[in-house]
Design a protein around this ligand. Sequence first.
Ligand code: ADP
Ligand code: MG
Length: 391
Amino acid sequence: MNIHEYQAKEIFQKYNVPTPRGYVAHSVEEAVSNAEKLGGSIWVVKAQIHAGGRGLGGGVKLARSLEEVKTLSSEILGMTLVTHQTGPEGKLVQKIYIEEGVDIADELYLGVVLDRAQEMPVIMASLEGGMEIENVAHDSPEKIIKVAVDPSIGFQPFHGRALAFGLGLQKEEINNFIKFASALYTVYMENDVEMIEINPLVKTKSGNFVALDGKVGFDDNALYRHPEIEAMRDLSEENPAEREASNFGLSYVKLDGNVGCMVNGAGLAMGTMDTINYMGGFPANFLDVGGGANAQTVAKGFEIILRDPNVKSIFVNIFGGIVRCDRIANGILEATKLVDVHVPVIVRLDGTNAPEAAEILRNANIKNIITATDLGDGARKAVAAAKGELV
Ligand code: ADP
Ligand code: MG
């Protein structure tokens, strides 16, 4: 689960991670009164959407008077903000954050992510603040300093020094930085965070560090331990199809290809997507129907997959372990009565009662249901069908 910048900063403040002062606003009037409450003479009006790159897209603007706060707020609130992370359709701005302007001496980058290979959280820092860290990692990986923290010992001053020296910080800045990184690590660990990104981390003229931006993603499986974080969920920011799928116990993630996938088990789903790629195609989605697939879940799966206009074929790849293949085959036939499946469906069922399942599908004799003998055969047929070839 992701949250907005203003919510990330609320959490940071609780852990003494310094941020500029600011207040969220839902209307222009509220924005102006927030600016008055903050005082000072420079404010920043920031669109709150779950995507980065807002600055370049025109969603972060500096105001030098209350009048300007008013104008900028009315421009940004309600705009459809397009950034490289929103896709071309953009995102509607429903909230803005009014923040005090910060006197920036330097923009850095600081993040914490889980490194699955090392089985540890890794803190990443770079002097290339404000840039996409993925691009820095690609073009000049030596500019990113990484320190893995063994969770059993936790963050220690030496971790902080390794980062600070790597960044070439001045003597009087080092302690401030270590305190900052240590507090950020605590945010990461205590809230079951999957990734935190502060881009930019700002060094002020007085050598202090301030989180100017904040992006935090949480581990969904641990949310039950943090009701106060779950309460920060903004459903309007989430993909409606993914949300609906999760209500039916399906894990659906939309992708950009044209071969819809319906699979049971996350591992098999990944293998299916890889094989589609291997056969020269592109999956339109990840969909795990889970262990108890039946006619209703299969129908829901078809419905959600077909809502994506890019989908030109569907590959159903289900292993009958707990569920029997003959029941799935009947479920697929049932589902085609409930949902108008207008693209070719390639079905590969293996495991318990696979021969009976093949028999059921053959006897049903439905034109756009095509059976496959194995994963490779199914993926090949699904990719061909998506290209409009005869299979
Ligand atoms: P995004 O990453 O989505 O573009 P940021 O919060 O990083 O949004 O803001 C973009 C840029 O705007 C920052 O790199 C910084 O230069 C400037 N900025 C953001 N907040 C402030 C602030 N409070 N004071 C001064 N400049 C700011
Ligand atoms: Mg940023």
